[in-house]
Ligand binder design. Structure first.
Ligand SMILES: *Cc1c(COP(=O)(O)O)cnc(C)c1O
Length: 403
């Protein structure tokens, strides 16, 4: 094939294609061809948006609430988010310290665009959520992975943090509970981050999107509860996608210093403008209405997590950290690397996930997508029956691998 007439921008050419895409595309193709695929790759709750939230969206349409709103989001929603943050976390923000964006992901995108200059480094605890590094790169920054170890339950080891810091470090990302590990940063880890951020003037980005989905008896530690004085250098990210099963509505928010929010509003004003008016009304109903919905989901998630982790741990050579939050398990399958199926060797997480898909008809996400090649991510936002059947298939597939 001859090269295309129109070439692409360097910024997109330099972004690596996501390893998840290949597995996803293949899973879809197999399913379309009639294969009985069990899908553990999805990153969203298997619940419908609560009825009162849907009703608010419908009402918005019926009442003609279908025009542009203010770029940072409608005032009522920012006010409601402000009250929500006060109620849930004891954090106080004025309306001009809050931006509503088209999902949490978009909020993150806005902040990197508003804050990162070429060469700026962003510390990213690894395994990380797939989108952090490319978003930093799209802003011209350099992602710096900070390894989290399975033996530490993927908590941050405070002693290693200084090794990854440099004079170019601008920011550090906290995602606790984490996607993909489900791990929660300890108070000790957060204190270390707080100390270094304070001393070096780092921006702290705390992605709290899973903060209502935790399985702990104790309160979830938060960087700003540990050190309130960091509020002037912290951006708090959250949204309705995970806690209200509203991934498709695309509403998230950032709370932080006024001048940063104003800069993010500039970016948003020249790109998407306001998030969908109808979705904002629905999010308003979610944030101001009953807050027991995440608890309903937790009741379903907990037995699934317990089964999944125990069953994975029962497999020879497999280890699995017990997730404290979110809805993913992240088992280590590296003991199986180097084994063969029909003469074909499996050497890494991408090849293993591919094998699970081909031979077990199980779709998962290879750990390489999260910067951790020894692992594979399975979502338990799916029914117990599917989890049980999926585990049976995975165990058979692993047994069929030869040395
Ligand atoms: C799902 C997710 C988000 C945000 O999702 P949106 O649908 O864009 O609100 C942000 N961070 C992590 C780690 C996530 O898993």
């Amino acid at each position: 094939m001859s090269s295309p007439i129109i070439t692409l921008a360097d910024r997109v050419t330099n972004i690596k294609p996501s390893p998840t895409l290949a597995v996803n595309a293949k899973a879809k193709a197999l399913k379309a061809a009639g294969a009985d695929i069990l899908n553990f790759s999805v990153g969203e709750p298997d619940f419908d948006t609560p009825p009162h939230v849907c009703a608010a969206g419908k009402k918005a349409i019926d009442e003609g609430f279908t025009r542009y709103t203010a770029v940072p989001g409608m005032p009522e929603l920012r006010e409601a988010v402000s009250q929500h943050l006060l109620r849930e976390k004891g954090l106080s923000y004025t309306m001009d310290e809050i931006q509503i964006a088209c999902g949490g992901k978009h909020g993150l995108y806005n902040m990197f665009q508003a804050l990162i200059n070429p060469g700026d480094e962003v510390l990213i605890p690894t395994p990380y959520w797939v989108s952090y590094p490319p978003m930093v790169q799209l802003a011209g920054g350099t992602p710096v992975p900070v390894p989290l170890l399975e033996k530490d339950d993927f908590d941050l080891n405070p002693d290693i943090l200084p090794q990854y810091a440099s004079s170019r470090t601008r920011a550090i990302i906290i995602n606790s509970p984490s996607n993909p590990t489900g791990s929660v940063f300890s108070v000790k880890a957060l204190q270390a981050i707080a100390r270094m951020a304070r001393e070096n003037g780092w921006l702290i980005i705390t992605d709290d999107i899973y903060d209502t989905i935790t399985y702990m008896d104790t309160e979830l530690p938060h960087i700003l509860t540990i050190d309130r004085s960091l509020k002037d250098q912290t951006l708090v990210l959250n949204g309705v996608s995970k806690c209200f099963a509203m991934t498709g509505w695309r509403i998230g928010w950032t709370a932080g210093p006024k001048h940063i929010i104003a800069a993010m509003n500039k970016i948003q004003g020249q790109s998407t403008s306001n998030p969908a008016s109808i979705s904002q009304k629905a999010a308003l109903a979610a944030v101001t209405g009953p807050q027991d919905f995440p608890k309903t989901m937790l009741k379903a998630f907990l037995p699934r997590r317990d089964f999944f982790v125990a069953d994975l741990r029962s497999i020879e050579g497999v280890s699995c950290v017990n997730p404290k939050g979110a809805f993913y398990v992240f088992p280590n399958f590296s003991a199986y690397f180097g084994k063969n199926f029909n003469g074909k060797q499996i050497n890494n997480s991408v090849e293993l996930a591919d094998y699970f898909l081909d031979e077990a008809k199980v779709a998962s996400v290879p750990g390489a997508a999260f910067g951790a090649d020894d692992f594979v991510r399975f979502s338990f936002a799916t029914s117990m029956d599917i989890i049980k059947e999926g585990m049976t298939r995975i165990k058979t597939a692993l047994k069929n691998l030869a040395d």
